[in-house]
Design a protein around this ligand. Structure first.
Ligand code: ADP
Length: 489
């Protein structure tokens, strides 16, 4: 079965969040199960500079916003990628450094509608093998709003491949204006409530929802949450109407990248059966990044970590709200890694300046620190207001860094709360908040700190957490069923 993945980012070439992880690991898992998967990405500057063995597959003339673009389709390899990559190379639209969606000043690139419409048009043409390369997609799997137009464009073909559209985060709708719709020369009949029109503009995400054969999202709980007004971002009606084709499939973890027994970023390796002294050495190494001397006292005190995009979704403000009280009342210390909204970055920096011996922060994006924090912290904080799947809580479980999470989306599907019953039956793996508030977070952190003081029980939870199976194979098999049948078993 030939499957074309169309997406706007992929680890290790360029990643801004979980989408990039999935677009790397899922195709590899599918490939190992015998499918022929190609991954198509935009030719951003930072991607092109990392590719090897670049070959030109062909040229396409693609409609943009009031102009045509000459687009080169490249085929290339990358040492981290077992699969061959396809690239839509259009310098005017993609040859820009840094974050793919944002101008260096932090606002959206003003031509994002054109950029991702051109990318999607090229993707649909390749899926139909207009270049006559001999490879035609049986299934096109698109991801998030940037590729939402792909299923829509394919829906007007005579014999289109099956289209699967995955929502990684409904909060990003790809909303654009009527003027942009006209300039892009999108089919006029799409401009309706049943089409892609959305509150006077249009939404590329809605295009993916309406025109795909199958919609998936990245956890069962999020799949049901997004059909309600509280989580639906105005799309809940459309999702309810399409609930027959909506499926929740939990993301997996790529254990070739996230594995404490082989992770190249770690000072010492460890496993579920032999956690110490490895985990403790990683804690010492992590602390030594921030303090000249790591005392025994510092090493023994609970260390609470966070790795996050600094946006409202992630509940970072809740973490910042409870830290002062925890500093006064407990001996906990904190390591915070993140980048995003400047006001949150500034609040974190201020807090770590005020409490230089107890609150450590790294503002920016660092794979290395993210891995070291997952290994070195004791407790991981993830109080997201909503969380489609979330990867960091799964990384934390596998690294024996017990997570404190809000009771939502993929967090609810992956973390088992340390209630007395769950501790007794040895299923507990973390701490689930009872309310999505600072008070709810504080209550869950207090429970985590209490349990941390009980070495025997803490060890039990750590071991259960580290023995969880979040491998991709199970989820990949669920996707294959959808690719084949258009519905689950
Ligand atoms: P989201 O996709 O909403 O950002 P996920 O938990 O699904 O949330 O995935 C986040 C991914 O991005 C994880 O792999 C996490 O380690 C990574 N990440 C987020 N912020 C940073 C950062 N500042 N530095 C390094 N990695 C980060």
């Amino acid at each position: 079965m030939n499957v074309l993945f169309t997406a706007s980012e992929s680890y290790p070439l360029l990643k801004t969040g979980g989408l990039g992880d999935v677009v790397y690991s899922l195709p590899h898992a599918l490939n190992r199960l015998g499918l022929d998967v190609r991954v198509l990405l935009p030719g951003y500057r930072d991607i092109l500079s990392q590719l090897d063995d670049i070959q030109i597959t062909g040229w396409l003339s693609v409609q943009g916003a009031g102009r045509m673009h000459d687009v080169r389709i490249l085929s290339a390899t990358h040492p981290g990628f077992e699969l061959r990559l396809w690239i839509v190379d259009c310098a005017e639209l993609f040859d820009r450094p840094g974050n793919p969606y944002l101008h260096p000043d932090g606002y959206d690139w003003p031509d994002n509608a054109e950029r991702y419409a051109v990318f999607s048009r090229a993707a649909a043409m390749l899926a139909m093998d207009v270049l006559e390369s001999g490879w035609r997609a049986d299934v096109v799997h698109s991801h998030d709003w940037q590729t939402g137009l792909v299923p829509a464009l394919l829906s007007v073909e005579t014999h289109p491949p099956r289209t699967v559209f995955t929502i990684h985060n409904l909060a990003y709708g790809g909303h654009f204006s009527h003027d942009e719709f006209m300039a892009l020369k999108l089919p006029g009949h799409w401009w309706s409530g049943e089409g892609i029109e959305f509150y006077g503009g249009f939404s590329m995400l809605k295009a993916g929802l309406v025109y795909s054969d199958v919609i998936t999202t990245v956890s069962p709980t999020y799949a049901s949450e997004i059909t309600t007004p509280a989580f639906g971002y105005g799309m809940e009606g459309i999702l309810q109407a399409n609930s027959h084709k909506l499926h929740g499939i939990l993301n997996g973890v790529d254990t070739s990248v996230w594995n404490p027994s082989s992770d190249p970023f770690l000072t010492a390796h460890y496993s579920a059966r032999r956690r110490n002294p490895g985990k403790r050495k990683n804690k010492a190494a992590l602390l030594s990044h921030f303090c000249a001397t790591v005392t025994d006292r510092l090493l023994s005190a609970p260390l609470l970590g966070m790795v996050s995009r600094l946006v409202e979704q992630k509940g970072v403000d809740l973490v910042l709200e409870i830290i002062p009280e925890l500093l006064t009342r407990t001996n906990a210390n904190f390591v915070l890694l993140g980048a995003g909204h400047h006001h949150l970055e500034n609040r974190i920096t201020d807090l770590s300046r005020q409490h230089a011996q107890r609150v450590f922060s790294h503002i920016g994006y660092s794979e290395e620190v993210a891995h070291q924090l997952e290994a070195g912290a004791d407790i991981f904080l993830m109080p997201s207001r909503f969380e489609p799947c979330g990867l960091n809580q799964m990384y934390s479980l596998l690294y024996g860094t017990l997570p404190v999470v809000n009771d939502t989306g993929g967090l609810a599907d992956t973390v088992v709360d340390a209630t007395p019953a769950n501790i007794a039956n040895r299923t507990a793996t973390g701490f689930v908040m009872k309310a999505p508030t600072a008070q709810g977070l504080l209550e869950a952190v207090d429970r985590a700190l209490d349990l941390h003081a009980n070495t025997r029980l803490w060890n039990q939870l750590q071991r259960t957490a580290m023995e969880q199976d979040f491998g991709w194979e199970k989820s990949a098999l669920e996707y294959i069923l959808l690719y084949k049948n258009g519905h689950a078993a």
